[in-house]
Ligand binder design. Structure first.
Ligand SMILES: *[C@@H]1O[C@H](CO)[C@@H](O)[C@H](O)[C@H]1NC(C)=O
Ligand SMILES: *[C@@H]1O[C@H](CO)[C@@H](O)[C@H](O)[C@H]1NC(C)=O
Ligand SMILES: *[C@@H]1O[C@H](CO)[C@@H](O)[C@H](O)[C@H]1NC(C)=O
Ligand SMILES: *[C@@H]1O[C@H](CO)[C@@H](O)[C@H](O)[C@H]1NC(C)=O
Ligand SMILES: *[C@@H]1O[C@H](CO)[C@@H](O)[C@H](O)[C@H]1NC(C)=O
Ligand SMILES: CC(=O)N[C@H]1CO[C@H](CO)[C@@H](O)[C@@H]1O
Length: 503
């Protein structure tokens, strides 16, 4: 009996081992298969023109020893291939342990440019909106471990995910193992803070919770805004300066619609001022932040050059828009029959993202037209594709224009000129390869200022936003940056320096 029973148990042991092995290898195979099937257009581009997209963002500043290209970075750039958008906090970056081997020192609060106090708002205002549930009394996810950070939903929501990246950056500022710039540090005593950060995910709340559900009479979005106003009005921190030192992120143009009037004394991080009155939002106190681009960044060394971009001018989007969008319709009829112009209907969503990536990386110029609001994420998609943006949006506010001279890498055309027959194409065809290449080189230098990721990197969008906040807080910095801003702004339509004539 004993002899007999021993043989089958050994047999079963082997059988189980083999089947487990088969199960694992088949799931690995499936995983790889699904990778490639997610992004066929992207891979086609890889094969076609040797262009490929950076899977993980690498540090551009070689002088920063704390940064290594091996340091896992979380960003849609890499993980879109694996799980499409919204999965930017990817489990593939489990190399976080790598960081723990080196002894890192937490950011020293006396050296940081900006000390920020963050309210301990309950999760329903921030990560709870992402479906995250912590343990009892836990307010924040553990940001030490990438796999424990809730992912921001993909698709178009991601454009306005600025709230998420800024909050994660603050949370990580006291963790020694997270390597990030020391521009901002979180302090736990509000009297020691330069700025009070309000961690409300306003854009997500608008995008995901504006509709009434079940027998609700007030939407979650409205309710949260009401609660937030009540919370802030009751805080000593708010009363101290009437909210002037508070920082709120309301990147989606429709976010915080109910609360914005009452909280208008605070600093806002916005996409543009299109839907704000000048008393509530203005350049004196507020900050324009880039949209989180949806297409993947073209790797600098593999970026198609002038002759490798067969399309002269590319535009993808809706043709009919309200307000400033009339220009779209006029331009469409002017340009639709030109053979080197690709003017395509359709949104940048789902497969549209791959098409747009491919289209923009094959084009010399990318149109950026006023839509419902003066800004649009298309500009940032163009920058990520190193496609020289042609901006036809007279009221557009551009991020970090105090620091960046956009005339070095964008063409600005007034709407009144753009709608004249032949004007736009004559202008673009008249731009010499040499001039275009200069702009393209500049695009490759500035593109990292427009990228959001966790952990943040020196000079990326998160870091730039904190720097912009600190410039507003110091009066000498403020004066200097206002001057720089006006100087750059004036250069938008002044092409005498670059050799491009627009008049
Ligand atoms: C959570 O907070 C409440 C109130 O402060 C306290 O009574 C309770 O013990 C806390 N629970 C845990 C697990 O810390
Ligand atoms: C991160 O969290 C995951 C899931 O809970 C766990 O399996 C993993 O061991 C953690 N990694 C580290 C470095 O703590
Ligand atoms: C990462 O892995 C954990 C478990 O290992 C899972 O619960 C979580 O959803 C994963 N996150 C992402 C973004 O895939
Ligand atoms: C917070 O900082 C202020 C000023 O530095 C100090 O007077 C106060 O005691 C601090 N409060 C706490 C709870 O540490
Ligand atoms: C324009 O782009 C679309 C999609 O990217 C493509 O199907 C079409 O062939 C392109 N047209 C030209 C003229 O390149
Ligand atoms: C899609 C695309 O951009 N194709 C171009 C790749 O580069 C060659 C020249 O190197 C062009 O001829 C193709 O049009």
């Amino acid at each position: 009996m004993l002899e007999k029973s021993r043989i089958p148990s050994k047999f079963f042991f082997y059988l189980i081992t083999i089947s487990v092995f088969l199960l694992i290898s088949s799931s690995v195979f499936l995983l790889q298969f699904s990778n490639t099937s997610f992004a066929p257009a992207v891979f086609k581009l890889v094969v076609l023109n040797g262009t490929y997209f950076e899977p993980l963002v690498k540090s551009r500043d070689k002088n920063l020893p704390s940064f290594s290209s091996e340091v896992p970075r979380v960003d849609a750039k890499g993980s879109t291939k694996r799980c499409e958008l919204g999965c930017q906090v990817s489990n593939s970056s489990k190399k976080l342990g790598f960081l723990e081997k080196k002894k890192m020192v937490a950011c020293d609060s006396t050296q940081a440019l900006l000390r920020v106090f963050m309210y301990e708002l309950p999760p329903e205002f921030h990560f709870g909106l992402l479906g995250w549930k912590g343990k009892e009394n836990q307010t924040w996810p553990n940001v030490k471990n990438l796999s424990l950070i809730p992912a921001y939903p993909g698709g178009l929501n991601l454009q306005h995910s600025i709230e998420y990246w800024l909050t994660l950056d603050l949370l990580s500022s006291s963790i020694p193992t997270v390597v990030r710039p020391c521009t901002v540090v979180r302090v736990h005593n509000s009297s020691q803070a330069d700025v009070i950060f309000v961690p409300f995910f306003a854009s997500l709340s608008y995008n995901r919770h504006s509709k009434l559900r079940g027998n609700e009479e007030v939407s979650v979005n409205k309710k949260l805004q009401g609660k937030l106003v009540q919370y802030l009005m009751g805080r000593d921190e708010w009363k101290r300066k009437g909210g002037k030192d508070h920082l709120l992120v309301a990147h989606h143009p429709n976010s915080m619609l109910d609360a914005r009037k009452k909280l208008g004394s605070a600093m806002f991080v916005l996409a543009d001022f299109g839907r704000y009155s000048a008393e509530i939002a203005n350049l004196e106190k507020d900050i324009i932040a880039p949209y989180r681009h949806l297409v993947m960044t073209v790797q600098s060394s593999k970026s198609p050059s002038f002759n490798e971009r067969p399309i002269l001018l590319y535009f993808r989007g809706a043709i009919y828009r309200k307000d400033g969008g009339m220009v779209r319709k006029k331009l469409f009829y002017l340009l639709k029959d030109e053979k080197d112009v690709n003017f395509t209907f359709g949104s940048v969503q789902g497969q549209g993202i791959n098409k747009a990536s491919q289209g923009m990386a094959s084009s010399k110029f990318c149109l950026n037209l006023a839509g419902d609001t003066p800004s649009s994420n298309r500009l940032f998609d163009a920058i990520a594709s190193h496609c020289v943006p042609v901006i036809i949006s007279d009221e557009i506010e551009l991020p970090f224009e105090d620091v960046l001279d956009y005339s070095q890498f964008c063409i600005f055309v007034r709407s009144s000129y753009a709608c004249k027959k032949g004007y736009l194409l004559n202008l673009l065809r008249g731009i010499k390869q040499e001039t275009w290449t200069k702009m393209w080189e500049r695009l490759k230098e500035v593109v990292h200022h427009f990228g959001y990721q966790y952990p943040s990197q020196p000079g990326d969008a998160v870091d730039m936003i904190w720097q912009a906040v600190s410039h507003k807080k110091s009066s000498t910095q403020f004066k200097f940056h206002s001057r720089q801003f006006k100087f750059h702004r004036k250069k938008r339509y002044d092409r005498s320096t670059s050799g491009i004539r627009t008049k």
